[in-house]
Design a protein around this ligand. Structure first.
Ligand SMILES: NC(=O)c1ccc[n+]([C@@H]2O[C@H](COP(=O)([O-])OP(=O)(O)OC[C@H]3O[C@@H](n4cnc5c(N)ncnc54)[C@H](O)[C@@H]3O)[C@@H](O)[C@H]2O)c1
Length: 323
């Protein structure tokens, strides 16, 4: 029997997951749900399966083994609760919610039902991560410095520009680099941040800060920084730079450089982006949740750090991460 997969939210990121999921043997893309009929039609046309404009209707009509939840940050909560209740395994895009209260309710429902859940922090599956982990295994991390420079997301995502709907750049986007910091180094205990709209004009439709600078402290003693902006014209620059005694480990896109006087450069050899989908489907097929590198509870801790950063921006003070 094929694994029957449904999608709720079939915008930009869902289409990418669908391409990877379709290529996995023994999987059937059975159903798509979105509030926008043209997106449902396009997904059905390209990937097959049935289309729905209402999640409850999809749930009532389809027997799904797994559900991809690819909706905007503000929309999380009820869909996950219903899917957990129905015993459907879930892949949930980051950020998992905009508040820890919503996330806690979902986490409890997932634990009650015992479904497998993977959160979309795909950098944990980056091909070069094991090489970084090898470097970090025997040395203390001293500094973690991350940069995320990009343009504003193109049209068609009005929710992105409203902080109440997206959470802003840190909660929605640079969360990847906070999550990677936690994955590679350990828990973050304290944050201090500044953020502002320095370039774009604040309007009722756009109140997301376009520059952010964060300083943080890991429980293990390392310090970290994260600077980000949305003011680039078209280019993206996403970088982490980890300092250990006598060495720098720099990952920019698909290139890892280990610098200690000389430079060792390693480039990713394969398309690792779909690895997160392969692992999720394998976990569903085998029932082995230990394959998943980003569980819901773990993603809650990343959410807590990004919310603490927003809190620090508002209060202008150091904030201890609560969770
Ligand atoms: N892992 C990554 O690298 C990555 C990349 C891009 C986006 N994302 C995340 O994926 C999520 C979606 O982003 P996107 O770029 O696909 O956004 P999008 O706006 O292109 O698509 C979201 C879709 O969800 C639909 N939707 C909203 N509420 C719904 C509901 N209640 N029922 C059914 N459909 C609903 C919208 O109509 C829209 O079509 C965001 O949280 C974003 O952060 C992750």
């Amino acid at each position: 029997m094929p694994i029957r997969v449904g999608f709720v939210g079939v915008g930009g990121i869902a289409r990418r997951h669908q391409s990877y999921v379709r290529a996995i043997e023994g999987v059937e893309i059975a159903a798509h749900c979105d509030l926008m009929p043209e997106r449902v039609d396009a997904a059905v046309f390209e990937f097959g399966g049935k289309g729905y404009l209402n999640f409850d209707e999809m749930l009532a009509n389809e027997k799904l083994d797994a559900l991809y939840i690819c909706i905007p940050p503000y929309a999380h909560g009820e869909i996950e609760l219903k899917a957990a209740e129905a015993g459907i395994h879930m892949f949930i895009e980051k950020p998992i919610a905009l508040s820890l209260e919503v996330a806690e309710r979902v986490a409890e429902a997932i634990e009650r039902s015992g479904v497998i859940c993977s959160v979309g922090y795909q950098l944990r599956y980056h091909e070069l991560i094991p090489r970084i982990q090898e470097e970090l295994a025997s040395e203390p991390v001293l500094l973690y410095c991350a940069r995320y420079y990009c343009p504003m997301p193109p049209g068609g995502k009005p929710w992105w520009h409203r902080k109440s709907m997206s959470g802003g750049q840190t909660v929605e986007q640079t969360t990847h680099l906070i999550d990677l910091a936690r994955y590679l180094i350990g828990e973050i205990s304290e944050v201090y941040a500044h953020a502002a709209m320095r370039y774009y004009k604040r309007t009722p439709m756009n109140d997301v800060e376009d520059v952010t600078a964060v300083l943080f402290k890991f429980e293990g003693g390392a310090f970290g920084t994260l600077v980000s902006t949305t003011v680039m014209e078209s280019s993206w620059h996403v970088e982490i730079d980890i300092v250990i005694p006598k060495r720098r480990i720099e990952l920019i896109g698909n290139t890892l450089r280990i610098k200690d006087g000389s430079v060792e450069e390693i480039t990713a050899q394969r398309d690792w982006y779909g690895e997160i989908d392969k692992v999720f489907i394998e976990a569903v097929r085998t029932g082995d949740a230990s394959l998943i590198r980003s569980s819901y509870r773990d993603a809650m801790r990343t959410l807590a750090v990004t919310l603490a950063i927003n809190d620090s921006v508002e209060k202008g003070e150091v904030v201890r991460v609560k969770i």
